[in-house]
Ligand binder design. Structure first.
Ligand code: SD4
Length: 339
């Protein structure tokens, strides 16, 4: 896999072509041919390739919902990506279990959690949205639904991920103590530590001004079996409101759930904050509640408002986000951070 820092450095050289506002380095809206903004953004450096798949939908005037679904399927299929989809790192007991959600501008949404053996959980999430009266299906029930819908049952644990799991087991059997993560992030805290992130969250606005978002992950590496993170929880890992904007998150999902993170970002934008200011404020809410833990804790938010303006903020440095629009398809920007 390309070293994250090298990739970031190389991509940033090119990213200067993006129009930037002074405060927070947030990208401004770029009009597409139809007069409205068309733009897609997503978390981390692998978002660059994902955005390009989404852009192929947006560029031909397609729907933002189709764009985000197509976009996040790229890292879901990437065997080198161990935090999303196939080849994701398993839970403590060796099971690859996936979380995903998708949301449209009108509040329609669907999600799956702790889903095993299905290579593209985002597609199942969309089926939940469009073909059931429900929002969230979990575990065996989600798998049953996927199989009924014609998805193929597959082994998602690759030899490389299995090897990493075996290596981890040699030194770090995860034996959590009750609420240990509330006190600190030491040895008895969450199993993946500060490196436990890399979910893909993607937000798009199409040439007709329609917003949509998607989020998909294998979650925290070595988690307890049955653990569900923020990514499939509407309002935590993803939220879209066509009147205001959209937000998504990456990092320690427990903290994002506790603070209803993505919903908070959208509500702050509703109150007049820019996407950048809203992400910053949501991060600070978490940090204030975790003064001792926040040096080891990573959470990042990414947001877009209905004008296509973008913002991002994280607790730790290193969070990057990919931006793609009519002017540039492979932008990658560093998010500002607390530390
Ligand atoms: C989770 N937010 O499950 C996710 C973690 C992540 O790659 O970013 N994973 O808590």
């Amino acid at each position: 896999m390309v070293d994250r820092r090298d990739f970031l450095k190389a991509s940033l050289l090119g990213a200067s072509a993006l129009a930037l506002t002074g405060k927070g380095g947030a990208a401004t809206a770029a009009p597409a041919s139809g007069g409205a903004v068309a733009r897609v953004i997503s978390t981390w450096d692998f978002g660059v390739a994902a955005n390009q798949a989404a852009w192929s939908v947006l560029a031909r005037g397609g729907h933002a919902l189709d764009a985000v679904e197509a976009g996040v399927m790229v890292p879901e299929a990437d065997l080198k990506n161990h935090s999303v989809g196939r080849a994701g790192y398993p839970d403590r007991d060796g099971h690859v279990s996936l979380d995903a959600s998708i949301m449209d501008a009108d509040g329609s949404c669907g999600a799956v959690a702790a889903l095993e053996h299905i290579a593209h959980p985002i597609q199942v999430a969309r089926r939940v949205m469009e073909r059931t009266p429900h929002v969230l299906l979990v575990g065996d029930g989600a798998l049953q639904f996927a199989l009924e819908q014609g998805f193929k049952r597959e082994e998602l644990l690759t030899p490389e991920s299995a090897q990493a799991w075996k290596e981890w087991q040699k030194t770090a059997h995860y034996q959590p103590t009750a609420n240990s993560e509330r006190r600190d992030y030491g040895k008895t805290g969450l199993p993946g530590g500060k490196d436990n992130h890399d979910t893909i969250g993607m937000l798009a606005i199409d040439a007709h001004g329609r917003l949509a978002g998607a989020c998909t992950t294998s979650g925290m590496a070595w988690k307890l079996r049955g653990r569900v993170g923020d990514s499939p929880v509407i309002g935590a890992g993803l939220y879209v409101d066509g009147e205001v904007g959209a937000a998504t998150s990456t990092g320690v999902g427990e903290e994002v759930i506790r603070n209803a993170g993505s919903f908070l970002v959208v509500e702050l934008m509703r109150q007049g904050r820019s996407p950048q200011e809203a992400c910053h404020e949501a991060v600070m809410r978490i940090v204030k509640k975790r003064p001792n833990a926040s040096k080891d804790l990573q959470v990042g938010f990414l947001a877009m408002n209905r004008a296509g303006e973008v913002g991002a903020f994280a607790i730790q440095p290193g969070f990057s986000y990919a931006v793609c629009d009519a002017t540039r398809q492979d932008g990658l920007l560093p998010a500002r951070s607390v530390f």
